[in-house]
Design a protein around this ligand. Sequence first.
Ligand SMILES: [Zn+2]
Length: 317
Amino acid sequence: MHIPALLPDELLAGHLHRVASLNGLESGFKAALMIAEMKTQHRTTCAGRTWFEMYAETCGIDAAHLVRAHTLVPVMQLVVGRGAPISYGDPTYRVREKQTHSWIVPRSSLSCPECHQEDLAFWGFAYLRRSAQLPGIDWCMKHGTQLQDRDAEDPQGVPAILSVEEHRYGEIFGALLDLPRSIPIAQASKRVRDRMRALGLRWRSNAPATSISEWASALMPPSWLKRRWHDFETGQRGQDFDSIHSTLKFPLPTSHYALALTVLYDSSEEALIDFLRPLDDDELAAAAEVAVARGYHRRSRSTRVVEGSGHKILVSR
Ligand SMILES: [Zn+2]
């Protein structure tokens, strides 16, 4: 089986598609299965190894690098609800591999016509890039060109006309794609909540102030919201978005966090510095207390809850 080297920013799903074409297989998924079978047959020590580890070995690269640099896992799991942050590619995240199928079959196949032409001139073929598959970004961050479906006939390089906010959304999302590990939900909610509070937005339920979805609707171009968020103003997405500062159990999609940071800050740099700052000990204790009060905190070994005089107090061991 011929397996070519992964190229810069190449999406794993696109690489599998290339492997399939080069080896006369019907799909990238089939190629993924064959590589797993091949590895399982030739080794007796496969038990416990993930498909990613096997594939990384086949490609001659580190498994963590494969996940971080060639999949959308960092985007799909930016904020995590429970436990310690996930280092993308480390063994603790094996439990999530049941979702592997969605990582090896592309959810979209967008590409930039200018990158396409450059690839043809340099490599002799074009490949699918990870950075062209981010929700809400339908322009190439290198060329500023509208992305098109990979299978579009005669793709034309049409310049994307972007507002300052769309551009900032792209910058923020692009930076989130390169993080080495996930962010705890308590940190994400707290950083967003503090900023909303500072701006006078509704950071407590039922307070008579502008909600973050109303704020976003006023700032982002209506055409972008309509194209990428469909029912944002009236539907479920807007309702979900309005819980972004208070949710401590169920993380929202990464695009929601990218949008929140886009509309809460004037500069992407300032937004990222704030959002990525880990909680200090006092903030952690306060977040744990709220989670216990809401009844969905998994008590860790290092803390226990003392019930008394109507209060729940967290005590460190
Ligand atoms: Zn491009």
